[in-house]
Design a protein around this ligand. Structure first.
Ligand SMILES: [Zn+2]
Length: 242
C-alpha cells in the first residue's frame, strides 16, 4: 500500500520504518501469545459446554519424581488430565508414560527435545521433532497421537505448516498458572482459582514440587465447586488419537 502511495506523494522514510516496526511487533507478539491465534488456530477452551467440566493439562513430563505424585493425586480425586509429553522424557521413562495412559489420562505431543531454539526451526526440523515423538509413542503404546501443545506456547509459519502437514490439532489454554515462574504456591493457586470456570483449559507442569502442591489444593477447590477435571479431548469433543 505504501509503495502504491509513493507514486503519488513522497513518503518519509520514518513512515516505512514505523509500518515495519508495527508489523514486526504484532508478529512477535502473535508468535508468543498463543491465544491470539495469529499464525494458526489453537483450541483454548470450550465455553459452550453444558456440564461442570474443566481440563487440567501438564506439560514437559513425564518426570520420574513428580509425575507419579501427580498421578496419585488425580487418582485420589477421581480426576482425569492431559499430559503433553516431551519425547526424550518419554524415552527415559517409558513405564511412567504407560502409567499415565493406564490411569485413563490423555497424552499429547510436546516436541522431542523442547530446546529453546525450537521457535527458530524450519518446517522440516519442526516436523522431524514432532514425528520422532509420534513414532516413539506409537512404538511404546500403540497410540498415534493427534494433539500438539506448542513448546513455550510459540507458534510461527514453520510450526503452522508442520501441524497442518501432520494433521495435528493444536491445543492451547485459557488459564495459565505460571507455575514455572518464581511465583510462590499461593500466588500460582490464586491465579487459577480466581478465574476458573466450566469449559476452561488449565496449564500446569508435572516438573516441580510446587506444581504438585498447587495441584493438591486445586483438586480440593474443584471438588468444593463441583467442577470435574476431564481430558482435553473430552472437554473439546475431539479425537486425541488417529
Ligand atoms: Zn513446555
Amino acid at each position: 500500500m505504501l509503495l502504491g502511495l509513493s507514486f503519488f506523494t513522497v513518503i518519509p522514510l520514518t513512515v516505512y520504518l514505523l509500518v515495519f516496526l508495527s508489523w514486526f511487533l504484532i508478529t512477535a507478539c502473535g508468535s508468543f501469545f498463543i491465544r491470539w491465534n495469529y499464525h494458526y488456530k489453537s483450541l483454548h477452551s470450550n465455553k459452550s459446554i453444558k456440564d461442570n467440566l474443566v481440563a487440567i493439562t501438564f506439560d514437559d513430563g513425564p518426570h520420574p519424581e513428580y509425575t507419579p505424585q501427580v498421578l496419585e493425586l488425580l487418582k485420589k480425586h477421581n480426576a482425569k488430565a492431559t499430559f503433553f509429553c516431551v519425547g526424550k522424557q518419554v524415552q527415559k521413562n517409558p513405564d511412567l508414560f504407560k502409567a499415565i495412559i493406564d490411569g485413563g489420562h490423555t497424552v499429547g505431543n510436546h516436541t522431542y527435545t523442547h530446546v529453546r531454539s525450537f521457535g527458530f526451526f524450519n518446517e522440516e526440523e519442526v516436523s522431524k521433532e514432532l514425528l520422532k515423538t509420534i513414532d516413539l509413542v506409537k512404538n511404546i503404546s500403540g497410540l498415534q497421537m493427534k494433539l500438539y501443545r506448542p513448546a513455550f506456547g510459540v507458534t510461527n509459519p514453520s510450526i503452522e505448516k508442520s501441524v497442518k502437514k501432520l494433521n495435528l490439532t493444536s491445543i492451547g489454554w485459557n488459564v495459565r498458572s505460571l507455575d514455572t515462574t518464581p511465583r510462590n504456591e499461593n500466588m500460582v493457586l490464586k491465579r487459577i482459582t480466581s478465574k476458573i470456570s466450566k469449559g476452561d483449559i488449565v496449564l500446569l507442569h508435572d516438573t516441580s514440587e510446587k506444581s504438585v502442591r498447587v495441584l493438591e489444593r486445586l483438586l480440593l477447590f474443584l471438588d468444593e465447586k463441583k467442577l470435574e477435571s476431564v481430558t482435553v479431548d473430552q472437554i473439546l469433543q475431539i479425537k486425541a488419537y488417529e
